[in-house]
Design a protein around this ligand. Structure first.
Ligand SMILES: Cc1cc2nc3c(=O)[nH]c(=O)nc-3n(C[C@H](O)[C@H](O)[C@H](O)COP(=O)(O)OP(=O)(O)OC[C@H]3O[C@@H](n4cnc5c(N)ncnc54)[C@H](O)[C@@H]3O)c2cc1C
Length: 436
């Protein structure tokens, strides 16, 4: 069946290939009557497809809350954004080379003229400039020079606005591949939408898309983990358990990360009057937040994603949490009540007892809520989670919907072991807490 999570991807696929289909349908790619004509046609096709993908990658980076649900969550939408960006870069690199190879049959001078025309051909030079800017901001994404620092990577990504303008400036006046009216409508319309999305994300969202909160409590949960409770200055953000938000702390006392937005899963239940976020010290910003000041302001944007599908249903569930990947499940646990039986089994995987954060609260819920069961898995003693452990602790796991959240190795391992234990892939849902 065609689910809601696939609607966005299907629409993107149609929009991505539409300009190419129009070019092919109007005969602007051909005629394909010689090797040189084939190369020229392929070169034009690469240019059209590359630019469409680039515009779509920019448009979906707008990150409006709620839109990500049509793509299966924000994490999946970012993966699509990355794939579109990478594909567009490769296609746009191939575009001038294929056109030059097509002309090389006539003479090397003709090929050189395609690549490096006279100074009057400014639209071709705009294309080269677009490629140069793309190379600059995509190099860290492709880790050409080692793993990128996240904030540097993000600042460099702001260059994508210049690449968009230059790319459209290249395609609009050339108009050779898409016939006149189509070219103007698609490149000008798509370019305007992409630039608007870019401007919204870079400049406008910080004024209209974020809600103001104040830190009203900071609870030290254990080594390197705190839980912040935040009270809204206005209306409380509406969210489902397991969704995440972008938090921008504005605490002047923070050593790092003031004014930086980072994604965190909401650990409170939507019924609570405060928003809670549990933060593990994993880097500069999360380290500084361990000593966030009570009373300081923070901006909250979202909610996004969500490991659990929308709508309450009476399901039999198995949750597998790794470390701080407990947070989406905490939000659900805190919404359970003794008078509403559940059928949920939580397997909480941690290194050892010292890292079993929130354990008392979980044990309390397991003792109080009928049908909520807790099993601990200690990596230091038991090694990686495996199918035998899963089967012995949760013998009916095949009949359950399984949700896994944690670091990527845990998710990959759990998926493999669950599949080995006979759980169909369609019943396994996961969310990882790293995107780069
Ligand atoms: C959907 C999602 C939910 C998350 N929920 C939680 C949670 O509930 N509790 C928790 O402690 N952590 C959570 N994280 C992880 C948290 O966002 C990162 O640990 C934090 O952003 C690291 O920032 P840093 O400056 O401390 O570390 P850095 O050393 O700067 O970054 C470490 C790694 O974190 C990632 N990262 C850094 N900044 C960002 C950013 N702005 N956006 C996306 N990724 C970034 C990058 O992969 C980077 O390599 C979540 C991440 C995601 C993607």
């Amino acid at each position: 069946m065609f689910s809601r999570r696939n609607i966005g991807s299907a629409a993107l696929a149609i929009l991505g290939f539409l300009p190419l289909a129009i070019a092919a349908g109007t005969g602007s790619l051909g005629p394909f009557d010689s090797a040189a004509a084939w190369l020229g046609g392929l070169g034009r096709a690469a240019g059209i497809l590359g630019l469409s993908f680039f515009l779509l990658a920019a448009i979906i980076s707008v990150r409006l809350p709620g839109v990500d649900a049509h793509f299966g969550g924000l994490t999946r939408l970012w993966n699509i954004h990355h794939a579109l960006g990478a594909a567009s870069f490769l296609l746009l690199m191939g575009h001038p080379l294929l056109l030059a190879f097509a002309a090389a049959g006539a003479s090397p001078r003709a090929a050189a003229a395609v690549l490096f025309p006279g100074p009057g051909e400014w639209s071709v030079w705009a294309g080269w400039a677009a490629l140069a800017v793309m190379t600059a901001f995509l190099a860290p994404t492709f880790s050409f020079f080692g793993a990128p620092d996240y904030q540097r990577w993000k600042s460099l990504h702001a260059l994508s606005g210049a690449a968009l303008v230059l790319g459209v400036a290249h395609a609009l006046p050339l108009g050779r591949s898409l016939p006149g009216r189509w070219g103007a409508a698609i490149w000008a319309g798509g370019g305007a939408l992409a630039l608007l999305s870019f401007a919204y994300r870079m400049a406008i969202a910080r004024f209209v898309g974020r809600k103001s909160y104040r830190v009203c409590r900071v609870d030290a949960i254990g080594r390197g983990v705190v839980e912040l409770s935040l009270k809204p200055d206005g209306e409380l953000l509406a969210y489902r358990p397991g969704q995440f938000v972008y938090l921008t702390p504005l605490d002047d006392g923070l050593a790092r990360g003031r004014g930086e937005e980072h994604p965190y899963t909401v650990s409170s239940s939507p019924r609570e009057p405060v928003l809670r976020i549990a933060i593990k010290d994993l880097g500069d910003a999360t380290h500084a937040l361990q000593t966030a000041a009570v009373g300081s302001r923070a901006l909250v944007e979202g909610p996004y994603g969500g490991i659990f599908p929308p709508g309450e249903k009476e399901a039999r569930e198995l949750w597998i949490a790794g470390g701080i990947g407990l947070t989406p499940f905490l939000g659900r646990v805190r919404g359970l009540s003794a008078d509403r039986p559940a059928d949920i089994h939580l397997i909480y995987c941690v290194q050892d007892e010292t890292r079993a954060h929130f354990l008392q609260e979980l044990e309390g819920a397991a003792a109080k809520v009928p049908g909520f069961k807790l099993t601990m898995h200690f990596f230091a003693r038991e090694g990686p989670l495996n199918a035998a452990f899963l089967r012995s602790r949760c013998p009916d796991l095949r009949g359950r919907d399984v949700y896994v959240c944690g670091p990527i190795p845990l998710i990959d391992g759990a998926r493999r072991e669950l599949r080995g234990a006979g759980v169909p892939a369609s019943r396994i849902h996961s969310e990882d807490l790293a995107w780069l």
